[in-house]
Design a binder for this molecule. Sequence first.
Ligand code: SF4
Length: 202
Amino acid sequence: MSVPVSQMWTVASYVMKNKLAGRKRYPLVLMLEPLFRCNLACAGCGKIQYPAHILKKNMTLEEAFRAVDECGAPMVTIPGGEPLMHPQIKELVEGLVARRKYIYLCTNALLLREKIDQFKPSKYLTFSVHMDGEREHHDFSVCREGGYDIALQGVREAIERGFRVTTNTTLFDGGCRQRAPILRRNDGRRRGGHDALPRLFL
Ligand code: SF4
């Protein structure tokens, strides 16, 4: 799914404004991590290694909106942990949409079907789903048999309801060769990140 024209325009205007103001450095994207706990336990994930008292914490809406307003970046990614486990994720997304921020809500999609009624399709909201390859490789990567199928159901449901959905993929040293052809650019170089695997489920 291509980037909405309004998003390209917003980002271009923001960059121009900063250049005209003579700023050499300015944030384009805020990475907002509202919690570190997760419903998966992927091997090597640094987030879920935090001690229990940190994993229990949720960033408050006040803290989140203060950071967003202070940063001023036009795009906000919400990774985690698993952001759909945040008790106020609905209000967080609504507050960001009201601020006209382009949101990439990064999720492993295990809860996407269950929680999707909390969200409304919007040009400001994209679900960025963690997909680490095709079924066998994804399940191996996230250490959860059946995880791929649940994520795929969530992706299909979101697309059917009119949400914008992209994927994000983590590549590891010595990772599976079968992922490589999926992740090549037209120029032959490997890539990761958004829009990397749409052909898996569309
Ligand atoms: S889904 Fe993401 S946050 Fe959760 S365990 Fe896996 S890598 Fe960590």
